[in-house]
Design a binder for this molecule. Structure first.
Ligand SMILES: [Co+2]
Length: 461
């Protein structure tokens, strides 16, 4: 799920403590460690080094997939030996706890860190914060993250078999969400169950010039996938608040091949450049360079693939899909670096259109804001809806379909008051110009002390 670049001046909002559980899990950072420099997206960075390396290293990068592929094959072999009767079904409905009874979940793609910048100085406060985060990257943490990633892989594998021309997008969303709930073993029906594990955010199913943040809503018009469509499938899985955010693009007409290849290569470039102490402006420049080296021919006309300017990759905090760092796909001016203990969703969007997204009508999802008082609420409907949100979603972004799944009805009036009071924020669909095509690829990567782990890596992308 992409992080939209703020329109106004409220960039880098501060965390505080209204949702105490989440705030204490994600301790606030010193201001120096967060936020892009104001106005950076318009600015152009001068240095354009490492251009050739990007492409060469991209080829090398593909080699890693073989390794992780072998690892997973090995573990599925031993799984067969121990429990021959338990295999994933189609559609996937067997909980992972039953598939992996006495075995660890498969690792993501493990990549050794490149040289660390020894000259970098951190303040003591920052160091303390990092120690606490890194100490939390223990076995339980990794187990939760790897479980969420394996659920993502198994569910998307099935999604790829049914995402064909003629399918309705509400059916596809339902299949993805039912799969995630069954495989995590948390259907969400009891109060608080969705906070233990389940969907990490509303399932994004965006077609053609709709780039991000569109999901089928109950009672809304259903969209039937067409042969000439370009579909982005962006969904999340969380286990104990550890969110895996990963996305891919589906197209049936080979005319879009270059668009998909460009965006996949750009995302892999970003993943390769990601690391402890890596400068975010350098990563963005690397991504843009690769993305914009491609072009697409549609109806006899050539379109350059452009990196989308106003949506970004982002760090992920516990129960919080968008942390305080953004990773743009266009050159920016920031001195911000990635840090040990960070979790990043590295995603890129490429477009044949303007590559500048605007809000469309409609609602994708809702997110509880942590630091806003509910004292001013007047209607009982708003108060009870807020209680339901806090008990079941916390700061996880949720959709209307997720509310209805847990039996909430007639929430529109209450929601309106929560939004008007700034307690809940809404996410609108983000679109490029009509007639354009946007593709997206995304993986979640953990910056562990001794390696980075592309946790959501699979054989498919
Ligand atoms: Co994302």
């Amino acid at each position: 799920m992409g992080s939209k670049t703020p329109d106004g001046h409220h960039r880098g909002h501060k965390e505080s403590s209204a949702c105490a559980a989440v705030a204490s899990i994600n301790p606030p950072k010193p201001a120096a460690a967060s936020g892009l420099l104001p106005g950076t997206l318009e600015g152009q960075d001068e240095d354009g080094d490492d251009d050739d390396d990007t492409i060469r290293a991209e080829l090398k990068f593909e080699g890693h997939q073989t390794i992780s592929k072998k690892k997973r094959k090995k573990s599925s072999k031993s799984k067969k030996k121990k429990a021959p009767s338990l295999q994933q079904t189609s559609p996937p409905r067997v909980a992972l706890d039953n598939l992996f009874q006495h075995q660890p979940y498969p690792e993501g793609e493990i990549v050794e860190h490149v040289i660390k910048n020894e000259n970098l100085q951190r303040t003591t406060a920052e160091e303390d914060r990092h120690l606490s985060i890194v100490n939390n990257m223990d076995d339980e943490y990794l187990n939760d993250y790897r479980k969420a990633a394996e659920v993502h892989r198994q569910v998307r594998q099935y999604a790829q078999t049914i995402a064909k021309p003629g399918i309705s997008l509400s059916h596809l969303a339902q299949e993805i969400e039912d799969g995630v709930r069954a495989l995590t073993g948390h259907h969400g029906f009891e109060t608080g169950d969705s906070l233990k594990a389940g969907p990490g955010f509303p399932t994004g199913l965006c077609v053609n010039n709709v780039a991000a943040h569109w999901t089928p809503n109950p009672g809304g018009k259903d969209v039937i996938l067409q042969h000439d469509d370009v579909l982005k499938v962006d969904f999340g899985v969380h286990v104990n608040g550890r969110i895996v955010d990963s996305a891919f693009t589906v197209a049936f007409n080979p005319v879009y091949d270059n668009l998909l290849t460009a965006v996949k290569a750009a995302t892999n470039t970003g993943l390769r450049a990601t690391g402890i102490d890596a400068r975010i402006d350098h990563i963005s420049a690397d991504i843009q360079e690769v993305m914009e080296s491609y072009e697409v021919e549609l109806h006899g006309k050539t379109f350059p693939v452009k990196a989308v300017q106003n949506i970004t990759g982002h760090n992920i905090l516990r129960y919080k899909i968008h942390g305080d760092k953004q990773v743009p796909f266009v050159k920016t001016k920031t001195a911000q670096r990635m840090e040990e203990g960070d979790v990043f969703a590295i995603e890129t969007f490429g477009s044949t259109g303007k590559a500048y997204l605007r809000d469309d009508v409609g609602v994708y999802g809702y997110g509880r804001k942590e630091n806003v008082s509910s004292a001013g609420l007047r209607y009982a409907s708003a108060k009870s809806l807020l209680r339901t949100i806090d008990e079941n979603f916390g700061t996880l972004v949720f959709s209307r379909r997720y509310l209805e799944h847990i039996g909430v009805r007639n929430y529109h009036l209450g929601m309106r008051e929560l939004i008007a009071n700034g307690i809940v924020e809404t996410y609108a669909p983000l679109v490029d110009i009509s007639g354009s095509y946007v593709a997206q690829y995304e993986h979640t990567v953990l910056l562990r002390p001794n390696c980075k782990e592309v946790i959501s890596r699979g054989d498919d992308y």
